[in-house]
Design a protein around this ligand. Structure first.
Ligand code: THU
Ligand code: ZN
Length: 296
């Protein structure tokens, strides 16, 4: 088991901790398959909801909150039934608006793994207004079930009545729906090829600035993030933050970063370069490679 889970496991009933510990080995990065969840439910004699609430300390152990020291853990259940953990991430010394909330990290984790819908979100603290707005951007967002310790399960519509969302801006393919983007770039650089592929899956209906980040670590691994816009603009999630969230979930530190590419569409109304530069300079002494790709 990874050291970062030792404290969390001590908060979990033994009937669950015993079958869970073997899953928390070196390669664990916050993903549990539907089959693994079923096995854990059977072994611990918990129902799925009890199980997910009991797993929250593991999700919270993924947090990196050097400013608040407040550990938030969230679990998103994808349409496939798999569970995707996420936790809050604060960037040391940077503007608070550059932080990522646990719910956003869990949802982006599911999106990067190919999920096309979210059924449930389980979280250890009440989702803030910004997260409720972020969840409302997703496919069938108002129907997503929110599970909180000590509260009855309720759909997002209960937590965000009379909501503002993508429909108000005439967007009919919300976040997690397949996007029809075709950016092209002539390159044989594998990091740029990866960034291009991710940008083609990004969600930028409000600015057209389809964008992604691909970063490489000193052991040659690649982590990616896609841009995810929000109808209310400010809760949008930047691709660099999404990639940094992936890095931390994989139990690596920011010091492992060696190369970072931000790829953006030439057709966008905005650029994420300045905001990304600010975020990157907070965590690594690495140049931001900025590449523009043309729509086909
Ligand atoms: N936080 C979340 O991750 N989710 C919420 O909805 C509430 C707040 C995080 C953000 C910040 O890292 C810390 O908790 C304090 O607000
Ligand atoms: Zn929040």
């Amino acid at each position: 088991m990874q050291d970062r889970f030792i404290g969390a496991v001590s908060l979990i009933p033994e009937s669950l901790a015993t079958p869970l510990i073997p899953l928390l080995g070196e390669h664990f990065s916050g993903h549990l398959s539907n089959d693994q969840l079923s096995m854990l439910a059977t072994e611990s004699a918990m129902d799925k909801q009890q199980l997910l609430l009991a797993l929250l300390p593991i999700a919270a152990a993924l947090a990196s909150p050097p400013i608040s020291h407040f550990y938030v853990g969230a679990i998103a259940i994808g349409a496939s039934g798999d569970a995707y953990m996420g936790a809050n991430m604060e960037l040391p010394g940077e503007a608070l608006g550059q932080a990522v909330h646990a719910e956003q990290n869990a949802i982006s984790h599911a999106w990067l793994k190919g999920e096309r819908g979210i059924q449930d979100i389980v979280v250890n603290a009440s989702p803030c207004g910004h997260c409720r707005q972020f969840i409302n951007e997703l496919v069938k967002g108002s129907e997503i079930c929110i599970h909180l310790p000590g509260q009855p399960t309720a759909p997002l519509a209960h937590y965000l009545p009379y909501a503002f969302g993508p429909k108000d801006l005439n967007i009919s393919a919300p976040l997690l729906a397949p996007q029809q983007v075709e950016l092209a770039l002539e390159t044989d650089d594998p990091l740029l090829i990866e960034a291009l592929d991710q940008a083609n899956q990004s969600y930028a209906p409000y600015t057209g600035n389809h964008a992604a980040v691909a970063l490489e670590t000193d052991d040659g691994r690649v982590f990616v993030g896609r841009y995810a816009e929000n109808a209310a603009f400010n809760p949008s999630m930047l691709p660099l933050q999404m990639a940094l969230g992936e890095l931390l979930r994989h139990n690596l530190g920011f010091e492992a970063i060696e190369r970072v590419v931000l790829l953006e569409s030439s057709a966008g109304q905005i650029s994420l370069a300045n905001a990304s530069l600010a975020a990157l300079s907070a965590v690594a002494d690495v140049q931001l490679e900025h590449v523009i790709a043309e729509p086909c």
